[in-house]
Design a protein around this ligand. Structure first.
Ligand code: FES
Length: 100
């Protein structure tokens, strides 16, 4: 599947396997969650208030536009969180978090 971001150079290293909303996608060591998700799909998440689709904005930890969850309920900023083998990213929020 092609995403919003296209890798100019694909690393020689074997890919890591992560899941995004239950779907397995490839990532590479050193990728941020934001890069890994946007290399696989066109949007990162839906905004909590307006329901707009979001893909991050600043990409450097300043704007707070890229908060997602891990399957264990931890909330993380996708642009400043480095992927790890087996991570499961949840983009739609977890039970109890405000949804529109
Ligand atoms: S994209 Fe701005 S804080 Fe992550």
């Amino acid at each position: 599947m092609n995403g919003r971001l296209v890798r100019a150079v694909v690393p020689d290293a074997p890919p890591l396997r992560i899941r995004v909303d239950g779907v397995e996608v490839s990532a590479y060591s050193g990728d941020s969650l934001l890069v890994a998700v946007l290399a696989a799909q066109h949007v990162l998440r839906r905004h909590e208030i307006s329901s707009e689709m979001r893909a991050g904005f600043c990409l450097m930890g300043a704007c707070q536009d890229c908060w997602v969850w891990l399957a264990d309920g931890q909330r993380v900023r996708a642009c400043t969180t480095i992927v790890a083998e087996g991570m499961h990213v949840v983009t739609a929020g977890v039970p109890g978090f405000p949804q529109t």
